[in-house]
Each structure stands twice: as structure tokens, then as C-alpha cells.
Write a protein that binds this ligand. Sequence first.
Ligand code: GDP
Ligand code: MG
Length: 213
Amino acid sequence: METIWLYQFRLIVIGDSTVGKSCLIRRFTEGRFAQVSDPTVGVDFFSRLVEIEPGKRIKLQIWDTAGQERFRSITRAYYRNSVGGLLLFDITNRRSFQNVHNWLEEAQSHVQPHSIVFLLVGHKCDLEAQRQVTQQEAEKLAAAYGMRYVETSARDAINVEKAFVELTRTIFDLVRSGDIKIQDGWEGVKSGFVPNTVHSSEEVTKGSRQCFC
Ligand code: GDP
Ligand code: MG
């Protein structure tokens, strides 16, 4: 059967170097814990379909920083063409938690007046004995920014699916309510086409396309 998607969402994954961004993306898209030998080379985008409701599939296009975050040289286009993102810190690295604020400011400064829908992620939760950031304080920070908080482990496959699916659902609701609009020339959200489905007027006026993966 053809794989057809309703929307494509472009997501970014940001946070300090070595917090585990590439491993989390690989766990989600490839289903395994892959050691990323050289963070500066390789493919920098990955994709996967997510079924958020029966028969409703969203194609996620997930961009990795390819090591640029080490030099704080992530480009404006990387942020501007994204609708959502995972903002990662490492629960065993307090500094990466303190830097969450800087990452958020940087992202916002690049996309204003628009905004990116972020989910705060405390990663490497398999390393409980080395924890430096409590779940409570991370939840408090997330709430202050109006975000949700999830703890994940790419190594032990904990909550990886949940993190991406929660973010996808949040964005989907915002698209459905019209708070996020599809715009020509913007890669953040693209509309697909599903046969025998009632479309919103927006999708119809945009000219529905048939999209296959
Ligand atoms: P990035 O620089 O943020 O992309 O980080 P990487 O994905 O390259 O991971 C940095 C290091 O953290 C690597 O040595 C990974 O093996 C390790 N790592 C990534 N995810 C996990 C995890 O869930 N648990 C543990 N224990 N280590 C992880
Ligand atoms: Mg990386």
C-alpha cells in the first residue's frame, strides 16, 4: 500500500554538544542505538512517519546539527524553516541544563516574529546514578516556558517515541486550529493529500498534492 501523509513537519533538535541529539534521532528513525563516530560529517536530515490518529500519518523531517552546535554556528535557515523542535539537555550534565535558556533565546531570535514549538527533553535518563538535574526542577523550567517535559534514553529506548509523538501532536493541533498556517516558501509545514478524506478549506486552496514516501 502507498504510504501517504497528511502533513510534513520539519523539526530541529538542539542543545549542547554531546547531550545525545544524534543518538536520539537515530534511535527514533532507525530503531537502534548507533554510536555517531564523527559528529561533523554525514547526512544531516532523517525522516519517519508517525501515525497520530488511526489513518492520520504525519511525515517528520528531522534535522540534526551535524556538529555545528560546537561552534555556535547554526544557521538562521535551520531555525527559520522549522515548525518544532526538541530542546535537549543531558540529565548528568548540569551545564547543559543551564544552557537551555541560551538555546531558546538563540532559536527565538532567529525566527521572530514566528516561534518554534519546543519540547524540553532531559536525555540519558538511563544514567540515574549520575543525575545532576532533578525531574522537578526541569519540569518547573519547562512550565515557565510553556513547554512539556519528557525524559528520554536513546541507549535503553525510553520515551523516545513519546517525545516525538507528543511534539507532533501538539503541532498537529495548532495546525488544525489554524494557529500555525501553511505558507508558500516555508518548509516548516507542508500539506499532503489523502484520498477520500474531507479537507480543510486551507488544504484545498493550497492545491492538494499527492505525496509518497
Ligand atoms: P550530540 O553531540 O548531542 O549529537 O550527541 P551524540 O548523539 O553524538 O552523543 C554523545 C555521547 O552520548 C555519545 O558517546 C553517546 O553514546 C552518548 N549517548 C547518547 N544518548 C545516550 C543515552 O541515551 N544514554 C547514554 N548513557 N549515553 C548516550
Ligand atoms: Mg550530533
